[in-house]
Design a protein around this ligand. Structure first.
Ligand code: CA2
Length: 144
């Protein structure tokens, strides 16, 4: 089983700014964590980050045939992007929307997700563990 882990805009800044909200771990450390969990689960992950909506749309659209699930932190695009929502709905791969922070305890505009309705599951507020839970959930679902 291969899982595509996508991180959206500004997440390359992880660990460098706003540690109070997003923690002190860097994007590389997050990707290493995902790789470690994947090894434990006997699955494969490929991690990518982009600041560009269209690139995320392309990666999601090209995932079928290469990946069996997606872990998606679309960052700010979560709250704005009908294009990413349509891509997730179109590919029909189980997709877990993840967030490092608890978006529901933050500003009102972060409470709206265009992705949640087309996602298989949502995990928000557990830092790196949000991604770990998403990988564990997808691996378990794949075995059903
Ligand atoms: O909590 C999350 O994972 C978010 O998806 C992060 C997004 C935010 O727009 C969402 O509402 C919730 C922001 C990502 C920006 O990442 C930064 C990391 C370090 C410093 C500044 C920004």
């Amino acid at each position: 089983m291969r899982i595509l882990v996508l991180n959206g805009p500004n997440l390359q800044l992880l660990g460098m700014r706003e540690p109070g909200i997003y923690g002190t771990g860097t994007l590389s450390q997050l990707e290493e964590h995902c790789a470690r969990v994947a090894r434990e689960l006997g699955i494969e992950v490929e991690c990518r980050q982009s600041n560009h909506e269209g690139e995320l749309v392309d990666w999601i659209g090209n995932a079928p045939g290469h990946f069996q699930g997606i872990v998606l932190n679309a960052a700010a695009y979560t709250h704005t992007s009908v294009a990413i929502r349509d891509a997730v709905a179109a590919v029909r791969l189980p997709t877990v929307e993840v967030h490092l922070s608890n978006v529901f305890s933050r500003e009102e505009y972060r409470h709206r997700s265009y992705l949640a309705e087309v996602a298989w599951a949502v995990v928000s507020g557990m830092g790196f563990l949000s991604y770990e839970m998403a990988l564990r959930g997808l691996a378990a679902r794949g075995k059903e």
